[in-house]
Design a protein around this ligand. Sequence first.
Ligand SMILES: Nc1ncnc2c1ncn2[C@@H]1O[C@H](COP(=O)(O)OP(=O)(O)OP(=O)(O)O)[C@@H](O)[C@H]1O
Ligand SMILES: [Mg+2]
Length: 389
Amino acid sequence: MKQVAIQIKNVIKEFPSRGGETPMRAVDNISLDIYEGEFFALLGPSGCGKTTTLRMIAGFEEPSSGEIIIRGKNVEGVPPFHRPVNTVFQDYALFPHMTVLQNVMFGLEMEGVERKEAEQRAKEALDMVRLTQYERKPRQLSGGQQQRVALARALVKRPAVLLLDEPLGALDLKLRKAMQYELITMQQKLGITFVYVTHDQEEALTMCDRIAVMDKGLVLQLGRPEEIYETPKTRFVADFIGETNFVEGTLDTFNNICATVRLDATTTIDATPPAGVELEVGQKVTVAIRPEKISLVPDTGAADSEAVSVEAAEVMQAIRQEQNKTFIPGVITFSNYIGTDTRYTVRIGEKTDLVVRIQNFGTRYDTRFKNGQRVMVFWATENARVLTS
Ligand SMILES: Nc1ncnc2c1ncn2[C@@H]1O[C@H](COP(=O)(O)OP(=O)(O)OP(=O)(O)O)[C@@H](O)[C@H]1O
Ligand SMILES: [Mg+2]
């Protein structure tokens, strides 16, 4: 059984609005459990309530209503320094007049830890973040080094939970990648629960065990990275995480596992219906399909198809016979070579454009399509998902 480290129960946070009447609701009734040892992400666009949520866990804000329980204890009214959590702020908030070592020792000395022991522990924490410039002042350090000091200062208190608010936001891409890797390694080694705030979907996908996707103070979806990416429940989540085609249509027929969606008079596609949602024939729906889940082959039957290889014809024959697939003609209208893969825009039916990503394997089987070329477009039904909200 996984132990719950932090329980957030029906938490609402309202701030008085400047006008005075209706207060501004920054966090709108969220409930979630964060487990011991978990690397948990709060992900969402600017202003969605991530920092406010983190500050309530840390004790810098109190909820307007609801409860926060840390390791089985309701922390209402408990000040930040008495909670078993520590925070790494986005701006690091280091003391400019203190050296690296003094910055890291400071919290321990405030707690009354004896000087020698404080120094010993501070050095251990700095060792963990691989920093040896004990005597430098923050302004003599690079952004990445300052970030490490901030991290060491939080780790030195040996918190059960570490709260990190966009800790890598100020770093350049390369350093950010390196620090991401270090944070993951450190989290696994120490077994500390991490609550990690970010608006960077890639960061959340690659680093975290579970992600809560937030918007406008609400948690829209909570799950493992692959659940959030592969089966987004709403258009907002599908759009926020990665790239997605949204195809508009009306529901023609459906059963539990397959919905046929009409795009225009002559074109239908198949997709997976949402679980636990009532559908109605004729209702307007959106189908979400990731660009990398769509495949293309040259249309061997098309009049303009130039010397289509025997291989391609065989591949197409095999695909046509596979079950649970949409397999329809299309025309390449745009192609964009981006090295690792090529992005095509393909028109299907009368007016529907799909973005398709094809990886450039660099083998003799590689097919690069030209603008205007007729192709067959296909995807597995499970990879296209009907969204109703
Ligand atoms: N002390 C405050 N007083 C009034 N409104 C606040 C206060 N703190 C936050 N807010 C408002 O609450 C909402 C959520 O803010 P929050 O800082 O939690 O967002 P965020 O998700 O961390 O965004 P960002 O990614 O930009 O940091 C925003 O609309 C913000 O303006
Ligand atoms: Mg914030």
